[in-house]
Design a protein around this ligand. Structure first.
Ligand code: C5J
Length: 222
């Protein structure tokens, strides 16, 4: 077991290696690549790509040490029985969830768009968690998996900062988990939302969590 202290805002984030998990949230083609769900909503998906290289470095560091890695994917059953009309009908997208796009059916499990991008693809032994909502705890067994492994702290990467990352870290916080959100390993289609979500996490004495960088984390590792 290794004890690690990472410089962070509002103060250092400390964790034990046997009680920490790296969470990689929704690095899916549907959010990160042209032709997916993110683009169907009118977003420039290239804005998220800055998170790939730093996340890849953190992922490699966790893998080298044999520490827990968990990937999540937002998506739905092929028959869409787990898709609320309230989610399906929201906005004015060019294509809706479940409709056929250039990468298969949008946000449907098993389609190419639902896959995690090759740069950050899971490897054997890593948990891959499918979720129908924005939060990673809602309607999933994430809490059970974390508690079964004795995990108390999360290093959080993923997209998008103010949607699935924010929902997940708030859910984690209310369940007693502590999160270090890596600013350069998260991303948004809206730079201002990215910045303000990060500020909200660490404000008021880490009311939701801690914010740090991949460089500070990697420099802190033995
Ligand atoms: C969105 C997500 N933005 N993974 N999902 O709809 O943040």
């Amino acid at each position: 077991m290794t004890h690690v202290t990472v410089p962070a805002t509002p103060w250092a984030f400390e964790f034990d290696s046997d009680a920490v998990a790296l969470l990689c949230i929704d690095f899916q083609r549907d959010f990160m690549e042209p032709g997916g769900f993110g683009e169907s909503l009118g977003n420039d998906v290239s804005t998220l790509r800055t998170a790939i290289a730093p996340t890849s470095a953190v992922l490699a560091a966790f893998r080298e040490r044999g520490w827990t890695v968990i990937h999540t994917r937002e998506g739905h059953r092929a028959d869409l029985t787990d898709l609320f009309p309230a989610k399906r009908d929201r906005g004015n997208p060019s294509l809706r969830i479940g409709e056929e796009g250039p990468m298969g059916r949008l946000l449907v499990r098993g389609s190419k768009g639902h896959d995690i991008i090759p740069e950050l693809a899971p490897i054997e032994g890593e948990v891959v968690l499918d979720k129908p909502g924005k939060g990673s705890f809602y309607a999933t067994d994430l809490e059970t998996i974390l508690r079964a492994r004795g995990i108390r702290q999360l290093v959080v990467t993923g997209v998008t900062t103010e949607v699935c990352v924010q929902t997940t870290v708030r859910e984690a916080n209310d369940r007693g988990f502590e999160s270090l959100i890596l600013s350069d390993c998260t991303g948004s289609y809206f730079p201002e939302f990215h910045a303000s979500a990060l500020e909200m996490f660490s404000a008021q004495g880490a009311i939701v969590g801690w914010v740090g960088t991949s460089a500070d984390l990697l420099d802190s590792l033995p």
